[in-house]
Design a protein around this ligand. Structure first.
Ligand code: AMP
Length: 498
């Protein structure tokens, strides 16, 4: 077989009989995975020579069928659009329409629902069990500047936008991470993240398969099963979002002493544990360190840019910070006048490099507005101290303008989480005639520990400047979180304005 044109597939060929993944059906080698992808590509092509960047949407659970579909789409020259398994039909329909997908691949379990969705449009429905029936065809020659993937990402306003990355962008994102975190063929990672999001697709799955490592899938996150797997040994890496670490901590706290010891020993056998996609509260960092022996490596990234900043693999990881630029990524902070600024001043993060996406799908005006002299404007505000960055939050939601001050919702949340009675909290700015915006907080208290606002404010006075102290409190609400645990602050704001 000739060398595939796409680097990730060419590497898979070199990894040959090594195990690529483990799922509920068992182990699958790189060679077998490539062969499955070849069948999938042939079926998707259906006699065509090249899919020519046709969008292929797919709704497939984590495991061999997911990778087979994704690689099959790539081999056939298509653009992979992974859908969220838990989204309602209306959301799926939006992505099918917006991406103008001409093929919809589903696992047989989703076929009845998919049939209803495709009835309304011209789109070919394919189930993953059909792939095997077709003989593979030679791979389409796919150059690195062709479009490879569209990930839908929710902004703070409007409907989700399709973030388009080329094969070259994806290769750059993966290379940067595999170099920084020293991925190798000896690694073995447990995959517990959704596969319609950059964290699960790139940082975990694609980095593992690029490096020749083993990717083990859990069908979905389950704290008990994750702990069982960590305890049974053999893993070297784990990556998750802060809410997952919080759930693992809760499960550890519920366990008896011998089980706790086994959980801790399991963690100690890993070489690296990473957190990202949302701010990691410092108390969570510390608690995890205490129970697992790991200083979580926190990193910062975004669908549009891949990963940009990271604490070091070797060297001190500073809690509450996201470290320095990753290999091949240029990062600068800009003030409101559009000038690059130095240490100690807050500014918007701008990013440049080969991993930065090419466009928002069919949104040329939004694409050009998102760039500034070739730099992508992230909309995230950070401050840099001695080269190490701290994220202050999203410009539009987490930076609260109250009176003459700009305050960071993330900073206030970090302080509040140090309160022994607070389980979780989220801070938002709500329009206010007197102050412009008013600092409001929603808190889930540890059971039976509710505090009235006045007492909370007294506690805050020793820790926070007076203008940062919340003046409205909503107690014991469930924070609205998305599939990767991020709080939907738009929805939360409405609670305070209603
Ligand atoms: P997504 O594109 O869904 O991965 O979301 C990217 C956004 O998540 C960024 O623009 C940040 O606002 C936020 N984010 C990612 N990593 C971190 C982090 N370590 N700390 C704080 N916010 C983060």
């Amino acid at each position: 077989m000739s060398r595939p044109s796409l680097e990730i597939l060419a590497r898979a060929q070199e990894h040959g009989s090594r195990t690529a993944l483990v799922d509920e059906e068992g182990e699958l080698s790189y060679a077998d995975l490539l062969s499955c992808a070849g069948h999938a590509a042939a079926h998707l092509l259906a006699g065509r020579r090249d899919l020519d960047e046709a969008r292929v949407a797919f709704l497939v659970p984590p495991g061999r069928d997911f990778v087979t579909t994704q690689w099959g789409i790539w081999q056939a020259g298509g653009v992979a659009v992974s859908l969220c398994l838990t989204h309602p039909a209306a959301e799926l329909e939006y992505v099918l329409a917006d991406s103008d997908a001409s093929i919809f691949v589903v696992h047989p379990q989703f076929e009845p629902m998919a049939r209803e969705l495709v009835a309304k449009r011209e789109i070919r429905l394919v189930t993953t069990d059909e792939f095997r029936r077709v003989a593979p065809v030679p791979e389409v020659l796919v150059s690195s500047h062709r479009r490879a993937m569209i990930i839908y990402t929710s902004g703070t306003t409007g409907k989700p936008k399709g973030v388009v990355t080329t094969h070259g962008n994806i290769a750059a994102q993966i290379s940067s991470l595999t170099e920084a975190w020293e991925w190798s063929g000896d690694d073995r990672i447990l995959h517990v993240l959704p596969l319609h999001h950059i964290h699960g697709i790139i940082n975990v799955l694609s980095c593992a398969l690029w490096a020749g490592a083993v990717c083990e899938f859990l069908p979905r996150f389950d704290a008990g099963r994750v702990w069982d797997r960590i305890e049974s040994g053999g893993l070297t890496l784990f990556m998750a979002v802060p809410t997952i670490y919080q759930r693992l901590i809760a499960a550890w706290e519920e366990a008896d002493a011998p089980r706790r010891a086994a959980m801790t020993a399991g963690c100690l056998a890993l070489r690296l544990m990473v957190s990202g996609s949302a701010a990691l509260p410092v108390p969570v960092f510390r608690k995890w360190q205490e129970l697992s022996g790991h200083a979580l490596l926190e990193r910062y990234g975004m669908t549009e840019i891949g990963m940009a900043l990271s604490n070091p693999l070797r060297g001190e990881r500073v809690p509450g910070t996201v470290g320095r630029p990753l290999p091949g990524v240029e990062v600068r902070l800009m003030n409101e006048a559009g000038q690059s600024i130095g240490d100690e001043q807050p500014g918007e993060i701008e990013v440049r490099g080969p991993g930065v996406f090419s466009e928002y799908w069919w949104r040329p005006a939004e694409t050009s507005a998102a760039f500034h002299d070739g730099w992508f404007r992230t909309g995230d505000i950070a401050v840099c101290r001695n080269g190490v960055s701290t994220i202050l939050g999203r410009n539009s939601v987490d930076i609260i303008k109250t009176g003459a001050y700009k305050v960071s919702a993330l900073e206030i949340e970090q302080e509040l989480l140090a309160h022994p009675a607070i389980e979780e909290c989220a801070v938002v700015g709500v329009p206010d005639e007197e102050w412009g915006e008013r600092v409001c907080v929603a808190i889930k208290w540890k059971s039976g520990n509710d505090l009235p606002l006045a007492e909370l404010r007294t506690w805050c006075k020793e820790r926070l400047a007076v203008y940062k102290i919340p003046s409205k409190l909503l107690s014991n609400v469930d924070l609205p979180r998305n599939a990767v645990g991020k709080v939907n602050k738009k929805e939360m704001r409405a609670w305070f304005t209603e």
